[in-house]
Design a binder for this molecule. Structure first.
Ligand SMILES: C[S@@+](CC[C@H](N)C(=O)[O-])C[C@H]1O[C@@H](n2cnc3c(N)ncnc32)[C@H](O)[C@@H]1O
Length: 210
């Protein structure tokens, strides 16, 4: 047993419903690009310790991460989830309903950059952000997150190591470039204190300090 297996076996509790959600996504022929259970478990802990009430998720897929996030919220908490694909958003909502959390989440369907601009125009603010959509736009998603953040808000982004591609200088794919730029921006942002956890595919975690 390696250290990751030891930790995951001991600490991470994925129930039958969450496992079923993963299976349904795969059975429907959707990409199996949901977060692993250990990241879901960590997201829940981060939502809880930050006492977050309003969560913004970028990239819903079938609602797997949405369930972990919504479960950690207080009774008056809410998740706004941005998803490009209407069928994915519909399935995600069905899964949140199945988990008894349907009234805690709503989906904005369309390109996330447009939804983020609309949220900014409406003066909306959030205290927790989970970025997990198209990697090319991570740098722009970060700037929107900072703009929409309440003081002390938490920003989390998945795939911050992008399967090791960020370490390979010869990899010039749009995704690798997007994540590299995001990491650089996140590490040096004047309004954010951040780090990159080497859990899963890399989880960038930061707090908005001003
Ligand atoms: C990695 S998956 C999200 C997985 C989900 N967070 C989970 O762990 O269960 C990325 C999602 O982002 C969506 N997406 C991709 N580009 C997008 C865009 N420009 N705007 C909004 N959503 C986008 C995809 O349709 C996909 O559902």
């Amino acid at each position: 047993m390696n250290p990751e297996e030891y930790v995951n076996t001991l600490f991470v509790k994925e129930d039958d419903l969450l496992a079923q959600v993963r299976h349904t996504i795969v059975d429907r022929g959707m990409p199996a690009i949901f977060i692993p259970p250990e990241i879901g478990h960590l997201l829940g802990i981060l939502v809880t310790i930050s006492r977050s009430r309003d969560v913004l998720e970028i990239g819903a897929l079938g609602g797997y991460s949405g369930i972990w996030l919504a479960r950690a919220l207080p009774s008056d908490g809410h998740v706004t989830s941005l998803e490009l694909n209407p069928e994915y958003a519909e399935l995600a909502h069905a899964h949140l309903n199945q988990a008894g959390l349907g009234d805690k989440v709503h989906y904005e369907v369309g390109p996330a950059l447009e939804s983020l601009e609309a949220l900014k125009q409406q003066g909306k603010t959030f205290d927790f952000f989970f970025i997990d959509a198209d990697k090319e736009n991570y740098p722009a998603y970060l700037e929107y997150a900072v703009a929409l953040a309440r003081r002390g808000a938490v920003i989390v982004a998945d795939n911050a190591l992008f399967h090791g591609c960020v370490l390979d200088a010869s990899n010039d794919s749009p995704g690798a470039r997007g994540i590299r730029e995001f990491n650089q921006q996140f590490a040096t942002h004047s309004r954010v204190t951040s780090t990159l956890l080497t859990i899963g595919d890399g989880l960038a975690v930061g707090v908005v300090t001003s």
